[in-house]
Design a protein around this ligand. Structure first.
Ligand code: NAP
Length: 248
C-alpha cells in the first residue's frame, strides 16, 4: 500500500486530507488552524528546506508526495519538487487555475510590493486581501490613504488602518455589506483562484472598483499536475489510498 505525504494549508488540501487513512501524513506549516478530527496523521512545521523534506520522505518511507499548497506558496512547492526528485519518488501537485477577467472587470497585475505601492498611489481607501504582508508596511501608509487589511490575524485598528481578522469562505452577501461599509476604492488581492474567496471580485465588478493583483509566482514542474481537486481525488482513488471520497 502506498504511503502519501500531503502538503497542505488550503481548503482543497484539507478536503483531500479528510479522505486519507491513518497510514498517510498531512503536513501544515502551522500558520493557520490545525484540524483535530482527521483519520490521517498530522504534522506541523517546516522540514528545513528541500533537504530536510527529502530526509523526512526517506525516514517515513513515503511513496508519493502531493503538493496541495497555495499557488503563492512557491518556496514549499519548489522544495517539494526538488525533495521528491532527491528521494526518487513522484510529486503530484494541485495547481488551481487563476481567476480570469470578464466583462466589466478592471484588473491590473503588479510584480511586488514596490510596484503595488506605486499602482495604488491614486487611491484613498485600499482594501487588502493578500494575507499578512501589508501588516509589515502599516508605518508607510501615505497621508492621503486609509487601509483596510483582511488577514488571519485581527489587530486593534489605528487611525490609519483597520485590520480585520477573518478566513474564507466569504459569501457574496457578506462581501457586499463589507464593501459598502468600507467604502473602498480599490481591491488588492492575490490571484488565488478557486471559489472560496471569489465573491469579492464580483462585488468589485458590481461597484466598478479596480483590482490590483500580485502576480502569481513561478512554480516548478512536477510529475503530474492537476487543475481540479476532484481529478486529483480520482487519481488517488485509482492508487487505492483513499478511505472514502469527501468532496464537501
Ligand atoms: P512558502 O513561502 O512557500 O513556505 C515557507 C516555508 O514554510 C517553507 O519553506 C516550509 O518550511 C514551510 N511550509 C510551507 N508549507 C508547509 C507545509 N504544508 N508543511 C510543512 N512546512 C511548510 O509558503 P507560506 O509561507 O505558507 O506562504 C506563502 C504565501 O502563500 C503567503 O503569501 C501566504 O499568504 C500564501 N498562502 C499559503 C498557504 C499554504 O498552503 N502554505 C495557504 C494560504 C495562503 P521549510 O523550508 O522549513 O520546510
Amino acid at each position: 500500500m502506498k504511503r502519501i505525504l500531503l502538503l497542505g494549508g488550503t481548503g482543497d488540501a484539507l478536503r483531500l486530507a479528510r479522505s486519507l487513512g491513518p497510514s498517510h501524513i498531512y503536513s501544515l506549516a502551522g500558520l493557520g488552524r490545525v484540524p483535530v478530527d482527521l483519520m490521517c496523521q498530522v504534522r506541523v512545521g517546516g522540514f528545513g528546506g528541500a533537504q530536510g523534506l527529502a530526509a523526512f520522505i526517506a525516514a517515513e518511507c513515503i511513496d508519493l508526495l502531493v503538493d496541495a499548497t497555495h499557488p503563492y506558496a512557491a518556496q514549499i512547492s519548489t522544495n517539494a519538487a526538488s525533495a521528491a526528485e532527491q528521494a526518487g519518488i513522484p510529486c503530484w501537485a494541485l495547481r488551481r487555475p487563476a481567476w480570469q477577467a470578464g466583462e466589466g472587470d478592471d484588473w491590473h497585475e503588479v510584480s511586488g510590493w514596490a510596484e503595488l505601492t506605486e499602482a495604488m498611489n491614486d487611491f484613498r481607501r485600499p482594501f487588502f486581501t493578500l494575507g499578512r504582508e501589508p501588516l509589515a508596511h502599516l508605518h508607510e501608509i501615505p497621508a492621503h490613504q486609509h487601509w483596510t487589511v483582511r488577514c488571519l490575524d485581527a489587530q486593534a485598528p489605528t487611525e490609519r488602518a483597520e485590520i480585520i481578522g477573518d478566513r474564507g469562505p466569504f459569501s457574496l452577501e457578506a462581501e457586499r455589506q463589507l464593501f459598502e461599509r468600507l467604502n473602498s476604492d480599490v481591491l488588492i488581492s492575490k490571484n488565488s483562484g478557486g471559489d472560496s474567496t471569489e465573491p469579492k471580485l464580483q462585488v468589485a465588478r458590481e461597484r466598478g472598483l479596480p483590482v490590483l493583483f500580485l502576480r502569481r509566482p513561478m512554480l516548478p514542474a512536477v510529475t503530474r499536475e492537476f487543475l481540479r481537486r476532484d481529478d486529483l481525488l480520482t487519481a488517488l482513488m485509482a492508487l487505492g489510498v483513499l478511505t472514502g471520497v469527501s468532496t464537501g
